[in-house]
Design a binder for this molecule. Structure first.
Ligand code: ADP
Length: 495
């Protein structure tokens, strides 16, 4: 093993000689003996000894204490003071240079040996500590996660890296003035402080969890953190490594709502398919039945019956065509969207009345546009073509389901329900039993199968209104009491 090398700084030749002998006897290698501070610094620089033994009182400009300070600072060489002086003032001054040992003359071999060994050990430990602190800092500074070290029960921060400062919106220096309560969201702070304390007491806690912090600008940020107990500058501390998970949380929320939306769409689609296949099958069954009959009629030569069977077939084919047309219409809503614009519901209601004038006159109905709809033109923001379809469907139904009413009347209007604007079409026709108020909006749902139409109109109305963020419903006291069909709208950019 390499011998420990020593630089001796002593201006009394006899003492120096004595010291050299003792050191060599103890197995150390004395590199050189110098008598002044200046020489000591020169030799230290050149020889790089493992240790310096330094007399405090030197007969030159620089005394031992100053020399020791320089040797320590410039070359990181541990220094042990060897002196006859031990008064308080000298000791105080010597302390500032953080000496590795202090031996008062006269001393014995053993004392010298123990002092040297302790100084070397202490120096080695200090070096290791410095190195490990250095590597921690390099690691922390380059880390892509925020790192904070919190001391004591309050979690006052003793260390913060650059990334922590970025996430929190403070500077590193500002972070060192904060503690947990300044950073963690008020709703989470008690829990976090409790965990801090428990961890310092040595309790085992979940290492990783999510919480919310509040940035300097007041913005809340979700973070994921890993915390563990550590020792920082000799004190127990909590080290917290964390990352901003805003994007992940947002992505999770979006994913959840997409899954929910998809689930709802799937259910809707399943119901739709069931209804469609059921309703499309019935004209097919009719066609098949009458085709068999037609073959029979042809075989029998019964032309009259054959014509009647063919007529049924035509009727079923026509019904099927109508069903498919309506289905196609329904499936387009929400896909083929006309760009939303500001439209006047008053205008749309009037256009609907014009379009349906033939049916209205045929039934002898009186149709009125309510004063509220006229007065403020009722401006909304939406798909003009689709919204006119809504009025046409509701008005068409109102005229169609008049029953035997001798004085058929219909009103298209607007009313205020609290904060909500409700558009309506009121008639004094056959009315609807309250049990069926929801059912009639379903696909192919008709209350009286003998009436014309395939039962798609209200399903279309419902789709259009929902695409516009609104609701639609029917109000009626019951059969013979007339009906009111109401809807709301809620679309962004509402005029
Ligand atoms: P369709 O009119 O083609 O049957 P809709 O979906 O428009 O289909 O209407 C569904 C059912 O709701 C109708 O068959 C009818 O029974 C009932 N209904 C719709 N509007 C009215 C109304 N104004 N008064 C009474 N019943 C109505």
């Amino acid at each position: 093993m390499k011998e420990t090398t020593v630089l001796v700084v002593e201006d009394e030749a006899i003492v120096a000689h004595d010291l050299q002998q003792t050191l060599e006897y103890l197995g150390y290698e004395v590199l050189t003996i110098v008598a002044s501070g200046e020489e000591a610094i020169q030799e230290a620089a050149q020889l790089q000894p493992d240790l310096a033994l330094m007399d405090i009182v030197l007969q030159t400009d620089m005394d031992g204490i100053e020399t020791a300070a320089q040797i320590r600072q410039r070359f990181d060489i541990p220094v042990i003071f060897v002196t006859a002086f031990a008064d308080d003032e000298v000791l105080e001054r010597a302390k500032i240079t953080e000496p590795f040992g202090y031996i008062v003359k006269p001393f014995d071999e053993k004392e010298l040996h123990v002092n040297i060994q302790m100084a070397l050990y202490k120096h080695e430990m200090e070096k290791k500590l410095k190195e490990s602190e250095e590597s921690f800092r390099t690691l922390a500074e380059n880390a892509n996660d925020g790192i904070l070290i919190g001391m004591d029960k309050e979690g006052a921060h003793a260390f913060a890296n650059q990334r922590a400062a970025e996430i929190m919106g403070y500077s590193v220096a500002e972070l060192l003035e904060t503690s947990i309560k300044d950073l963690v969201h008020p709703e989470h702070v008690d829990k976090m402080q409790q965990r801090y304390r428990q961890r310092l007491e040595g309790k085992t806690l979940p290492k990783q969890y999510e919480t919310l912090i509040v940035r300097k600008d007041g913005q809340s940020v979700p973070i994921e953190l890993t915390a563990s107990k550590t020792v920082w500058q000799g004190q127990p501390a909590n080290i917290v490594i964390f990352r901003d998970i805003t994007q992940r949380v947002q992505a999770e929320q979006e994913r959840d709502s997409l899954i929910a939306e998809l689930g709802a769409k799937n259910t809707e689609l399943e119901n739709f398919t069931r209804t469609v296949s059921h309703d499309l099958k019935s004209p097919l069954v009719t066609i098949q039945g009458f085709l068999n009959l037609l073959m029979q009629n042809v075989a029998d030569g019964n032309t009259e019956q054959a014509e009647s069977s063919a007529a049924y077939i035509f009727e079923a084919v026509e019904k099927m065509r109508q069903l498919l047309d309506e289905l196609l219409k329904l499936s387009r809503i929400g896909h083929v969207v006309n760009p939303p614009e500001q439209v006047s519901m008053d205008d749309l209601a009037r256009e609907a009345v014009d379009t349906l004038m033939g049916q209205i006159e045929e039934r002898g109905a009186r149709v009125a546009i309510g004063p509220t709809l006229q007065d403020n033109k009722a401006l909304v923001y939406g798909d003009r073509v689709r919204l006119r379809e809504v009025w046409e469907n509701l008005l068409g139904n109102a005229v169609k389901y008049m029953g035997a009413q001798p004085d058929p009347r219909v009103e298209l209007g607007l009313r205020r329900d609290g904060d909500e604007t409700v558009f309506y079409v009121r008639d004094n026709g056959i009315g609807i039993d309250p049990r069926f108020h929801d059912k009639i909006f379903g696909l192919f749902d008709k209350l009286d199968p003998t009436t014309e139409g395939v039962g798609v109109g209200l399903a279309i109305v419902k789709r259009i209104i929902e695409v516009h963020g609104g609701r639609v419903w029917a109000e009626s006291e019951g059969e013979g009491q007339g009906s009111v069909f109401c809807f709301t709208m809620n679309i962004e950019g509402k005029a």
